[in-house]
Design a protein around this ligand. Sequence first.
Ligand SMILES: [Zn+2]
Ligand SMILES: [Zn+2]
Length: 359
Amino acid sequence: MNHTSYAALFHGPNAPWEIRSAVIEPPQDAQILVRVLACTICGSDLHTISGRRQAHTPAVLGHEIVGQILAFGPRAPRTDAASGHLQINDRVVWTIVANCGKCFFCQHNLPQKCQEGYKYGHQQVSEAKCWHGGFATHCTLLSGTHIVKVPDAIDDLVAAPLSCATATIAAAMRTSHLVEHETILVIGAGMLGLTACAFAHTHPTQTLVCIEPDEHRRMLAKNFGASQTAPPNSLMLNPNDSSFPMGFDAVFECSGTNAGTLEAIRLVRTGGRIVLVGAVFPSEPAPIVIEQIVRKQLSIHGVHNYQINDLLCATDFMEKHNKKFPFKELVQHAFALDQIQQAITCAQDPQNIRVAILP
Ligand SMILES: [Zn+2]
Ligand SMILES: [Zn+2]
């Protein structure tokens, strides 16, 4: 093997992108070399690029990746997380964090918080020979990465977000312990919120409402299963309203805003559950009245990334339901790797839920 790989290096907010090349080395030990088929630009990439989120540079960003296996290192696993056989040319996604399996957090079912973990698309480039992010033609998977084969029914552009947005929502659903015929509220209709609507819709729900300020996104939420949508602060709890008289049984906060969390606390029913998913960048403190949490007997869970089974669940969900909900239409624009700046500018437009890089 002796061809060249290319990566778009991030040097910090406002610094120009650098396209760097490297001669590809065969994968070592337990590494697996994949060709990046598509990488969608996640909201957290945009937070890093704008400087809202700290990053060590230079870095190869991009972590919503679908790839194709090109080569196995001599000790690389030949089975995926579902015990399926892995071979050259398989289309795959993988856990966002390669984890050690032995540390405190790995032992406590939090592999995404592994103390020895490597987070794809987030870390400083350490060696020039291989890349570990999606804004590159190739990505080298490290030991401790849990790989999931992508079923043929899932298009590349729909598969790319599996390893971040989709799996995170699978984790949020698991955490929420939904049961049948509940009233569900999703706050925010970006990629996380729309995916949450789709997941929730596949449960038999009593009602599924989505709160979102943008009219276009509210329309999308309807296409992803919301029975009702509303702008923020417009829903009032009314005991005479049969759809959610007491408030919502479960609320998924996907907007990442303080206002969204305050709205969640206002609209959740007494004894209800709130899952906070969206707030993944530093923000101002929110004026929360703790007494409300106590008096309403709320359960509030933060969910950041996911466990391996959540990625399997996300892939299974997408195999079954990707035609039922217009996931593919959420990726309206795609760019080549050397158009990275145009791709980022496009992704920063709130009208675009996801923008893809096709390296
Ligand atoms: Zn992400
Ligand atoms: Zn660990």
